[in-house]
Design a protein. Structure first.
Length: 271
């Protein structure tokens, strides 16, 4: 039986509700899984056939330490997703190089575009942390400048009303096969909280959304146990990438009975 680490972090509130379903599905596929903190100095990573990066939700404050750990772990076991993928994906400046439509993004506090409403966030972040939504250009500029002063790269984007009508679409891939897709709750809509991010409804993605998602994934040469491609539609109707989540995405495993099984099957294929 293969033994795999389910890589997480020290979470006093135990917020990872996908850990137990994932580990149960792994066992059904002959994979013994154990939850392990990425920063536990006593862990022998060579004892695992693979280390699967999952709820490492504190990496944004310790990105250099996290990436150094990833390199060490990868030297002695199979790391999924690989360290090169994690390094690139944990800084959202990767969006500039995708070569496909993305949400329009201004990467500076200077000369902001003339948009009706702004979203400003750091390029290294998780969820909606340190993110604001405002109709005031001066407020957007000040927040972007504060991020720059702290040594962080700001992302200034227009707020797209379609996230409250059509909604954001997330496509979940396990070993590059589409498992399921969901319509995500808009995190920055009025009255929404970060806890609402886990709320979603199953959705059949449109052909142009699948085409865009798979074009982006095809450009990544490394093995990908999981990938979540988050999409919106631009005002002209084209699908565009919000984020390509390859590090610690919520996978919406509870939204379809097959999701956890699909993840376990993909892991078995990569071992």
């Amino acid at each position: 039986m293969n033994t795999c680490a389910y890589v997480t972090f020290a979470d006093p509130d135990d917020l990872d509700d996908e850990r137990d379903p994932a580990l149960a599905a792994w066992r059904e596929h002959g994979i013994e899984g154990r939850a392990v903190r990425w920063d536990d100095p006593d862990v022998d990573w060579s004892a695992f056939d693979a280390a699967v990066v999952r709820s490492v939700w504190d990496y944004t404050d310790r990105r250099a330490d996290f990436l150094a750990w990833a390199r060490r772990a990868e030297a002695v076991t199979r790391l999924l997703n690989p360290a090169d993928v994690l390094e690139r994906n944990t800084d959202k400046t990767y969006l500039r190089d995708l070569g496909v439509p993305i949400v329009p993004t201004h990467w500076s506090s200077h000369d902001l575009p003339d948009w009706e409403e702004f979203v400003v966030k750091p390029a290294v972040s998780a969820g909606a942390r340190d993110t604001i939504r405002t109709t005031e250009a001066a407020t957007a500029q000040a927040h972007a400048a504060a991020l720059e002063a702290a040594g962080r790269t700001p992302m200034v984007q227009p707020y797209l009303d379609m996230v409250e009508s059509e909604g954001e679409t997330s496509l979940l891939y396990f070993n590059r096969r589409l498992s399921h897709a969901v319509r995500r709750s808009p995190m920055l809509a009025q009255g929404m909280t970060s806890a609402d991010n886990a709320r979603a409804q199953l959705r059949d993605p449109a052909p142009d959304q699948v085409e865009l998602a798979e074009k982006v994934l095809a450009a990544i040469p490394q093995a990908l146990l999981y990938a979540r491609v988050d999409l919106v539609r631009l005002p002209d109707g084209r699908p565009a990438i919000i984020e390509l989540e390859l590090t610690e995405p919520y996978l919406y495993l509870s939204h379809t009975p097959q999701a956890a099984k699909n993840l376990a099957a993909a892991l078995g294929e990569l071992l």
